[in-house]
Design a protein around this ligand. Structure first.
Ligand code: ADP
Ligand code: MG
Length: 260
């Protein structure tokens, strides 16, 4: 079965158990939302998929191959990654930074060609960052930098995309743009795994959700199955108000114990 599959994943860091028996799957063409409170283990799960942390148990397979059996270059072609709140230290122009996304497809001595340039421009236009192309990446605002880093990830053109809080630090317009990009990627067949805190986005834009809490997957399924009052109270200690506006559904959290 094709897809990215995480089965019974356990991870310990510094001798401390961080993930315990986490299982989920991302099929080609779907957007799977990874939600859960701070410290639940969402980033660790993504880092394990990228083989950046070594699991203490379980299997992570991409299209039936164990991730740690892949060559680094194969892995970089199959999985693109938007890290959480990534700082940029290199004094590169935004366009060259996005061009780094093409490296998995180039030979060590090879310069990017016309096809690469077209892919880089398309990714920068899709994220509203083409006008930033000549700016040094170190001078961008947090939101501008996030859009450039997302463009770099898109430029990889990998069949699976892992995005760790790609909407954090973005204004509302650009948050919605990122969610539309994730849907467009999925429509092209990409399997997308996205860490989100906005529960309305999780409801409106994701095909399936994995709700993590204290290192475990508390619930997996469709947004309607996962975003129940009971699950949200157990995981986030919040109650929610729900409403619809036309075709869009919304979900706003408020604190279960009232304001304090
Ligand atoms: P999330 O992304 O859901 O907010 P993380 O996966 O980043 O959570 O972290 C999960 C837990 O693991 C947190 O309690 C965090 O403090 C802990 N943790 C993360 N990295 C390390 C590390 N290198 N050593 C020890 N604990 C860590
Ligand atoms: Mg995180």
């Amino acid at each position: 079965m094709s897809g990215l599959s995480v089965r019974n994943l356990s991870v310990s860091l510094g001798g401390v158990p961080i993930l315990d028996d986490v299982s989920f799957r991302v099929a080609p063409g779907e957007v799977v939302g990874l939600i859960g409170p701070n410290g639940a283990g969402k980033s660790t799960a993504i880092r394990a998929v990228l083989d950046l942390v070594r699991p203490t148990g379980g299997d992570i397979m991409i299209d039936r191959v164990h991730v740690h059996d892949l060559q680094a270059r194969e892995r970089a072609q199959l999985l693109s990654y938007v890290p959480q709140g990534a700082p940029v230290h290199w004094p590169l122009t935004a366009e060259r930074l996005v061009g780094l996304g093409r490296i998995p497809h180039l030979q060590p001595w090879q310069e990017p060609g016309a096809d690469d340039a077209r892919i880089i421009e398309a990714a920068m236009r899709a994220t509203d960052s083409w006008q930033l192309r000549d700016r040094l990446a170190t001078t961008l605002s947090g939101g501008e930098r996030s859009r450039v880093l997302l463009a770099r990830t898109m430029a990889v053109g990998a069949p699976y995309m892992l995005a760790d809080e790609p909407t954090a630090s973005l204004d509302p317009y650009h948050q919605l743009q990122v969610m539309d990009i994730m849907r467009a990627e999925a429509a092209r067949g990409t399997g997308v795994l996205i860490v989100l805190h906005d529960l309305s986005f999780a409801l409106r834009f994701c095909d399936r959700l994995v709700l993590m809490h204290a290192g475990r997957a508390l619930a997996t399924g469709t947004p309607e199955e996962v975003l129940t009052d009971a699950n949200l109270e157990a995981a986030f200690k919040v109650k929610v108000s729900r409403w619809t506006d036309g075709a869009d559904q919304f979900l706003a959290p408020h604190r279960a114990n009232g304001s304090q």
